[in-house]
Design a protein around this ligand. Structure first.
Ligand code: HPA
Ligand code: ZN
Length: 325
């Protein structure tokens, strides 16, 4: 399939951190406006710094990048730029992650963050005909208490959210740590997603299913290490939001050819392809799909299955999903 064909096929993006769409150009522009001193001389130096050996390596720069996001209009600009990109890429629905604690820890009020992001989403709906929903994520390297406090702070804004997620440093922070807060999330009628089995073992995917009752697993690529787990993910059709460029940049796999995308599909898993943090990992959704498909020798039918899965795995109301399938 060529790029022009893929671009015009409707698709949903389900694993996208809005803070990870902060392109170096906007990073500099906002740093200038908000008088934040960056440890880079210029844009080329930023791009050169985006070489990571692990998830933690990336997260250190990702949190540093957030420091330039200070006003509601900064969050609006960031989100609007991504949503315009969605329109150009044929992304007709997107479920956007953001990290409330990445901002509140810097003294930025949660209302400021949600105000800016939700304004862009509302505008995309009316001006671009695009549907977008919002998923706050708890940072798993912080304590359970911090997540519980954040859940309280999110209460006035629940109408903006379809789900709550779990992200940040995986190793040493198994899902079980957040069992109680996600029980509250479910009681509030929201869906649950969790990063699991990216750097962490297959047991963390199992933990996300059993302790958090996750409806969808973010990454999940290490599930193949546990045959019984794969059988369960297939039987229950629990979707995996796979992010090929992310997995290469964070050294989960050496290269796209040695990733396990084809094997995940062959196992009968509900796989979707997403860009995760495109400004840091070198490409948006269509580049992820086409380059992964080429390296894994996926045929056009398999690409169409991936796009169909993106709607099946979404939290869109059933009748809206059907319109795209
Ligand atoms: N994994 C964990 N935390 C993250 C990621 C990721 O891929 N992207 C942004 N925060
Ligand atoms: Zn992610």
């Amino acid at each position: 399939m060529d790029f022009a064909t893929l671009k015009q096929l409707p698709k949903a993006e389900l694993h996208l951190h809005i803070e990870g769409t902060l392109e170096p150009e906007m990073l500099f522009q906002l740093a200038d406006k908000n008088q934040v001193v960056l440890p880079y001389a210029d844009i080329d130096a930023v791009r050169a710094a985006y070489q990571f050996n692990s998830l933690q390596d990336f997260l250190d720069l990702y949190y540093q990048g957030m420091s330039v996001l200070q006003t509601a209009s900064d969050f609006y600009d960031l989100t609007w730029a991504y949503l315009e990109r969605c329109q150009a890429d044929g992304v007709v629905h997107t479920e956007i992650f953001f990290d409330p604690q990445g901002h509140t820890v810097r003294g930025i009020a949660i209302d400021v963050v949600i105000d800016g992001i939700s304004r862009a989403i509302a505008q995309a709906h009316t001006q671009l005909g695009l549907s977008a929903s919002l998923i706050p994520c708890f940072l798993r390297h912080l304590s359970e208490q911090d997540a519980l406090d954040t859940w309280q702070e999110l209460q006035p804004h629940l109408a903006h959210f379809v789900a709550v997620g779990l992200d940040s440093s995986e190793l040493g922070h198994p899902p079980e740590k957040f069992e109680r807060v996600f029980a509250l999330v479910r009681d509030a009628g929201l869906k649950v997603v969790a990063h699991a089995g990216e750097e962490g073992p297959a047991a963390y995917i199992l933990g996300a299913l059993d302790s958090l009752k996750a409806d969808r697993i973010d990454h999940g690529v290490r599930c193949l290490e546990d045959k019984a787990l794969v059988d369960r993910l297939v039987a229950e059709q629990i979707p995996l939001t796979v992010c090929p460029f992310s997995n290469i940049k964070l050294k989960v796999f050496a290269d796209l050819a040695s990733s396990n995308l084809q094997a995940l599909l062959d196992a009968g898993l509900c796989v979707t392809i997403n860009s995760d943090d495109p400004a840091y990992f070198g490409g948006y959704i269509n580049d992820n799909i086409l380059q992964a498909a080429a390296a894994q020798q996926l045929n056009d039918e398999q690409i169409r299955v991936l796009l169909g899965n993106s709607f099946k795995a979404s939290f869109l109301p059933e009748e809206q999903k059907q319109a795209f399938l």
